[in-house]
Design a protein around this ligand. Structure first.
Ligand code: ARG
Length: 579
């Protein structure tokens, strides 16, 4: 149980003992200002309103019944009826010490873990991954880590675009290259150029275009030769993606890939099901679901085509088959989609149909966690100087180069090898953190200087704080991993820092429910800032500090470091002992 839950529980008991109706809640929150306690119970006001008595009287009634002995050192009633709770430093010290002994830092894992399917990254394999794939990949991966950490069974699904008419053209191009004696791998070395070549041929060469269309038909009817080429193309393209995942420290692997093509043989059944239960109807040769639930302002239902007149299936049909698989085979309780906001209507349509057709029963939670666009300095979608899409690989390389510069300036004592390793972690960390720390539903401006700064809410700031703590231990010639000492809290900065550290559990649980990783980022930033002020006002290795105090402060620092490391790990960001 975390602090807030514990206090809520105790105040609820007090309210019940005081005869306050059970539908009235304690409403315990973290105080904004420690002068007003560490936590506050704000439920007295609403209770008084409903009981038609004075808020301060109700607050007094609650306090009289409230047993927080050993937990709080002082309770006071303030303002219109707030109950300010000042926690007992002894108790806090014990909580934090215990948390540090726990491999999960005292985090509340879930009492009833869920099976959660997470759909993220999902690039279209026809092209090379570009910055447009970054947000889904990074945010989805952070959520996979968070939910796994809390004990859920997480099943990652990389719903890659590996099917569709584009593949006819690509296979045709590949075949041409091979007849000229090129190796497949070599031909596809630069996927972007390859795609552009194919597109050029398709647009300019009538023969080529005709053949491409034939290949689409052949692919769909399962022609072995064409299938083999398609398979080959897919493999090479996926290999490109997995190289990037590795560089980005993203946990997706080959076994998480289940592309659109995996659902091909179930699409017919989905259409039949929807026709049978009247959700879809025939409309000018096509099969369409008209959704009253999503009607526009004129009252016209929202049309979703599930099969075209020529028999072809659509993006929505595949997504319905995927839901069927995820819910009925993988047994998902929750399915989370990390796809940009432009696909919101599509997701709503698919979810509505899935629920209506009972492909997903009422207990399954289908969640589209949308995000905004990554913008350049000019406020327009992020592009290269010449206006092209930025390849992900180029972005990663640039991050490393820029990070190296910054790291070199910051610390002149490092060897070249050390700088390389650090620059990689700082560069990747910076890109990821810049994204994760923004409220995901908004667009955000991509800015190298901000994200690589050692000040402010950035990855380097947090990574540096971690390295700083490690360096304190090095200076003290103490092995941080084996160090363990009892805590005492005497200074206000210590108390504030300890309380913040203990709130890690609350924060991670909140992120798991709402899928907003920026909450975790803000937390880690606050934690680091509190550590910095603690470090300034509570000397550790300075002469004159008594041994017990030094060890206690080292112990606090150690737990802060553990929390930073764990928190950043959940965001997919590495720390290092030196930087
Ligand atoms: N491949 C799609 C795209 O690039 C994203 C797929 C997202 N996942 C899904 N189940 N629709 O836009």
């Amino acid at each position: 149980m975390n602090i807030r839950e514990l206090l809520n529980e105790r105040v609820r008991c007090a309210m019940s003992d005081a005869g306050i109706p059970p539908d009235l809640t304690p409403n315990v929150t973290v105080s904004k200002n420690s002068d007003f306690g560490d936590y506050q119970a704000n439920g007295a006001m609403a209770a008084a309103k409903s009981m038609k008595s004075k808020p301060r009287d109700v607050a007094k009634l609650i306090v009289d019944n409230l047993d927080l002995s050993g937990v709080a050192e002082k309770l006071e009633i303030a303002g219109p009826g707030f109950i300010n709770i000042h926690l007992d430093p002894q108790w806090l010290a014990k909580q934090l010490y215990r948390a540090s002994k726990d491999s999960k830092l005292g985090i509340n894992t879930k009492a009833t873990p869920l099976t959660v399917v997470i759909d993220y990254s999902a690039p279209n394999l026809a092209k090379e991954m570009h910055v447009g794939h970054l947000r889904s990949t990074i945010i989805g991966d952070a959520m996979a880590r968070v939910l796994h950490f809390l004990g859920d069974t997480v099943i990652k699904q990389n719903h890659v675009g590996d099917w569709g008419t584009q593949f006819g053209m690509l296979i045709c191009e590949l075949e041409n290259n091979m007849s000229e004696g090129q190796q497949v791998d070599l031909a596809l070395k630069d996927l972007e150029t390859f795609y552009q070549q194919a597109k050029k041929h398709f647009d300019e060469d009538e023969q080529f275009a005709k053949k491409s269309r034939e290949y689409v038909v052949k692919l769909q009817s399962g022609d072995p030769g064409i299938l083999k080429l398609w398979q080959h193309f897919k493999e090479v393209s996926l290999r490109h993606s997995h190289e990037l995942y590795l560089k980005l420290n993203v946990s997706l692997s080959e076994k998480d890939v289940r592309g659109e093509s995996a659902y091909n043989d179930q699409l017919g059944d989905i259409v039949t099901l929807l026709l049978d239960n009247g959700i879809a109807v025939e409309d000018r040769g096509a099969k369409v679901a008209f959704l009253e639930e999503l009607a526009d302002k004129n009252g016209d239902p929202s049309p979703v085509i599930i099969q075209k007149k020529d028999g072809g299936y659509l993006y929505a049909t595949t997504d319905l088959a995927a839901i069927n698989f995820r819910v009925n085979q993988l047994k998902a309780d929750r399915v989370l989609y990390f796809i940009d906001a432009r696909q919101s209507l599509h997701m709503q349509q698919v979810f509505t149909i899935a629920k209506k057709a009972n492909i997903a029963d009422q207990w399954v939670s289908l969640e589209h966690h949308a995000f905004g666009t990554m913008l350049g300095e000019d406020g327009k979608p992020f592009k290269t100087r010449s206006g092209g899409t930025v390849k992900l690989i180029d972005l990663i390389e640039e991050a490393k180069v820029r990070a190296e510069e910054v790291v070199r300036q910051k610390n002149t004592q490092l060897s070249d090898d050390e700088i390389q390793t650090i620059a990689e972690k700082v560069g990747i960390g910076a890109i990821k953190y810049a994204d994760l720390s923004k409220t995901r539903t908004n667009d955000y401006i991509f800015n190298w200087n901000n994200m690589l700064s050692f000040e402010g809410n950035t990855a380097p700031y947090l990574q540096y704080a971690y390295a700083r703590i490690c360096s304190i231990f090095r200076k003290a010639e103490i092995n941080i991993d084996n160090f363990s000492y009892n805590l005492t809290i005497s200074q206000p900065q210590e108390k504030a820092l300890v309380i913040k550290t203990l709130q890690f559990s609350e924060v991670v649980n909140q992120v798991s429910a709402d899928a907003f990783p920026h909450i975790l980022c803000n937390y880690l930033y606050d934690l680091t800032s509190l550590f910095m002020s603690f470090y300034e006002s509570c000397p550790i290795l300075k002469e004159g500090v008594i041994e017990a105090e030094k060890d206690s402060r080292l112990q606090i620092s150690k737990i802060v470091a553990q929390t930073l490391k764990q928190g950043l790990y959940l965001l997919g960001i590495d720390v290092m002992e030196k930087m």
